[in-house]
Design a protein around this ligand. Structure first.
Ligand code: CAA
Length: 307
């Protein structure tokens, strides 16, 4: 008798019991005021955590609060939340320009620019001012988490907690385990992600982890197709939505992620694996040089009305 056909497993990633080790987390520090930092602040505050979000300037710090408010206002308009819930969530977020205001955080999630030198300096500073028990996490998409851990005096308490854009809408979180992280740290990160209503997966510390290692060669290839004149960007996007059931095509997604971030991710993938498909397509670099960064700059492959 032929073996019965078996489909993909239906169990949720990270089955119960496998990573149980809740550590009390009440205050979450978020460093970085961009799309991801803002989204992570919203997710954590909505899950009931007190959030201290740090931007480098008063304007960037305030932009976190403004971004979360815009997102929550949309949810109120759609009937997903009440005004009282919105106000409660906003009330749990404080913003600051001072890194030292994160000293009381039980977990800090860094989401600054994808530049290893910047992150290393930041983690050294966080290590010196945070409580000894605090877990320091990075939202990096591709950079080696072990390098980040090793500049601190607590490499066993450093891991990746990688959210996806838009963080409030995407259910996945990649918990990245560098060689140096303890099981307690990974368990606490998994538990934190679950408590935020996310579905965590645990992944080893290799450039691109799971999603970006698979996604970015595809996105880069789409740019190559466009450069070769195989089809228009609109038709390539329509093909991947209509033919593969993706929620958005590659150019719409590149614009969402940001072309500068995309180039940084591809460069990190290329640096680690040396696979030609990961070398950023020339057009991507030119667009970044021109300041066409996608939605965040109002123009990428498509034009966006600035709010
Ligand atoms: N904040 C909060 N919620 C949002 C949101 C945002 N910025 N954008 C969309 N949503 C929510 C909406 O409120 C809506 O929720 P409900 O159904 O509960 O009302 C839901 O998402 C769907 O939104 P819309 O109907 O407005 O629009 P849509 O159906 O086109 O979905 C999308 C928008 C969620 C962005 C969807 O197009 C999508 O899933 N796109 C793919 C995004 C993706 O692949 N992200 C990963 C990028 S790679 C990455 O992030 C990794 C990295 O390291 C760079």
């Amino acid at each position: 008798m032929p073996a019965p056909l078996v489909g993909p497993p239906t169990r949720k990633p990270c089955s119960e019991g496998e990573y149980d080790r809740p550590m009390p987390i009440t205050t979450v520090g978020v460093v970085g005021s961009g799309i991801m930092g803002t989204g992570i602040a919203e997710v954590a505050a909505a899950a009931g955590y007190r959030v201290v979000a740090r931007g480098r300037t008063p304007q960037s710090a305030e932009s976190v609060l403004a971004g979360v408010r815009r997102s929550l206002d949309r949810q109120v308009e759609r009937g997903k939340r009440t005004e009282a819930e919105r106000d409660e969530i906003l009330g749990r977020i404080t913003v600051t320009t001072e890194l030292k205001d994160l000293a009381q955080a039980d977990l800090v999630i860094e989401s600054v620019v994808e530049d290893l030198a910047v992150k290393l300096e930041l983690f050294e500073e966080l290590d010196s001012l945070c409580q000894p028990a605090t877990i320091l996490a990075t939202n990096t998409s591709t950079l080696p988490v072990v390098d980040i851990g090793m500049v601190t005096g607590r490499p066993q308490q450093v891991c990746g907690i990688h959210f996806f854009n838009p963080a409030p809408a995407m259910s996945l979180v990649e918990v990245v385990r560098p060689l140096t992280a303890s099981q307690e740290t990974i368990s606490a990160a998994v538990e934190f992600a679950r408590s935020c209503g996310k579905e965590p997966v645990v992944v080893e510390d290799r450039a691109g982890f799971i999603v970006n290692a698979l996604l970015f060669p595809y996105l880069n290839n789409a740019v190559h197709l466009l450069e070769r004149g195989v089809a228009t960007k609109e038709d390539i996007d329509a093909a991947m939505v209509g033919g593969c059931g993706f929620p958005m095509g590659p150019f719409a997604l590149l614009d969402l992620v940001g072309l500068d971030t995309s180039v940084a991710i591809l460069e990190a993938l290329y640096a680690e694996h040396r696979e030609p498909q990961c070398a950023p397509a020339p057009l991507l670099r030119r667009m970044v040089a021109a300041g066409h960064l996608g939605r965040k700059s109002g123009r990428g492959f498509y034009d966006y009305q600035r709010a």
